[in-house]
Every structure is written in structure tokens, then in C-alpha cells.
Design a protein around this ligand. Structure first.
Ligand code: DX5
Ligand code: ZN
Length: 226
């Protein structure tokens, strides 16, 4: 399908979902057919924050069948993939900047049978993906410096999505999915939909903003509809 016409997918950021109402929120997301739960795994080294260890992740897996979208904000992910218990329905997001052997790491991640995404930080050029297009299912364009929810979009990231979509299409890789992650508000989601984004990390400035999760999901769904 051409630019911007593939139906958008929601990856709900558990970092923004809170703990108090997690069970009821997950039930609402199941009923609203949210495609993924976005799990920000953080080691305090790759990003200045800690988040979502394996006990939490195992607990979420016991609560729901919604696939996980595991955003590995960790150094040397190749040494830790076996901890993640990746499943074929899950996605794993490996940062280009997090390992000196990115191609080998992507191949190792793919061996678990899940979808593999390459993430690029705001300062990383889109052409960094050139040598590994055959080893990934898509690219996560970080639109904030990763590690925290509630940040404002880095404005220089906005054109990256359009540039990346054009680059992938001209290179014959338009089947690769584009994910956006960081301050993907209702308005920013609409903007990135126009540019051809496919997967939207929905967090504090969209579905978890305010009290009505169900209504927010429906509003977000309309913003990213094909
Ligand atoms: C980046 C994180 C955040 C989070 C979403 O480190 O991945 O993008 O999931 O948070 P908001 O929507 O508040 O940017
Ligand atoms: Zn993330």
C-alpha cells in the first residue's frame, strides 16, 4: 500500500499507563483491539532511567494476550536477548546506538521468530539503516531523546519520518514499517500518518492523557486510520 494508506497500529506505552489501574486499563485496550503494549526496558546506562524488569514483563504476559513491543533502551542488547523470552507475536526494538555489532544483534533477535525493529535516536541519521535493511521488519524513529515519558518532540525529528519513507520507497523497501516513539500526541500522530508512519507509541500526550482511556483510544484510532 502506498504512503500513509496502511492502517495505523497503536502501541500503548505502559510507561505512561501507571500501575494503579493497570488491570482495568489492559482490559479496555483488549476490548479496543490495541495492537501492542509498548514496554520501555531501560538499564540506566543507555538511557538515564531504569524501567520494566523481567518480573514486570512476565506479569503483563500473564495478564493479557496483547503482543509486547519491547523497546530495548539497554547497552549490548545481544548479551540480554535470551532474558526477554521473546515470542513470535512480539516485536523487539534494538537501538542502532546500543551495540558495536548491530547486524549480528539483529540476526540474533530475529532467531526468536519475532518482528525486529531498528531504533534511531534523534541525532542518528536515517541513512544509518542502509546496511541492515534486509535484517529488519521496520524502523523506530525516536522523536524524543529516549528514557522518559512526557517530553516534547525534538523538532528536527519531524522531517526524518518523511525522509525515511521516501528513502525506503526509492530503495525498494516500502514494506518495512515505520514506528514513531515520543510525544506522539493526537496532532503529531495525524502529522506522521500523512508522512507514512505505521506504528504509533501512544503515551502521556494521547491515550493516557486524562481519565477516559477508551474514548482516547477511539480518538487516536481515528487520527491514524488508513
Ligand atoms: C521514550 C519512551 C516514551 C514513552 C511514551 O523513551 O518510549 O516515548 O514510551 O511517552 P510519551 O508519549 O509521553 O512521549
Ligand atoms: Zn519507547
Amino acid at each position: 500500500m502506498c504512503k500513509g494508506n496502511r492502517p495505523g497500529q497503536i502501541s500503548a506505552s505502559l510507561m505512561c499507563a501507571g500501575i494503579k489501574d493497570l488491570v482495568s486499563n489492559i482490559h479496555i485496550m483488549e476490548e479496543e483491539h490495541v495492537e501492542y503494549l509498548h514496554v520501555d526496558v531501560m538499564d540506566g546506562e543507555f538511557v538515564p532511567n531504569l524501567g520494566f524488569g523481567m518480573d514486570y514483563i512476565d506479569g503483563v504476559r500473564e495478564m493479557t494476550s496483547i503482543p509486547l513491543d519491547m523497546h530495548l533502551m539497554i547497552m549490548r542488547p545481544e548479551d540480554k536477548l535470551e532474558w526477554m523470552k521473546l515470542r513470535p507475536q512480539d516485536r523487539v526494538i534494538i537501538h542502532y546506538e546500543s551495540t558495536i555489532h548491530v547486524q549480528r544483534t539483529l540476526v540474533r533477535a530475529k532467531s526468536y521468530g519475532c518482528k525486529v525493529m531498528l531504533a534511531i535516536n534523534p541525532g542518528t541519521p536515517i541513512y544509518s539503516v542502509e546496511e541492515v535493511l534486509d535484517y529488519i521488519d521496520g524502523i523506530n524513529v525516536l522523536t524524543v531523546n529516549p528514557g522518559f515519558a512526557g517530553q516534547k518532540i525534538v523538532r528536527s525529528c519531524i522531517p526524518k519520518v518523511d525522509k525515511l519513507e521516501n528513502y525506503l520507497r526509492e530503495a525498494g523497501y516500502s514494506d518495512l514499517e515505520i514506528q514513531v516513539d515520543g510525544n506522539i500526541s493526537f496532532d503529531n500522530a495525524k502529522m506522521f500518518k500523512e508522512m507514512g508512519a505505521d506504528i504509533y507509541v501512544a503515551g502521556s500526550t494521547s491515550i493516557f492523557n486524562g481519565d477516559d482511556l477508551r474514548e482516547n483510544i477511539q480518538k487516536y484510532r481515528a487520527a491514524i486510520a488508513g
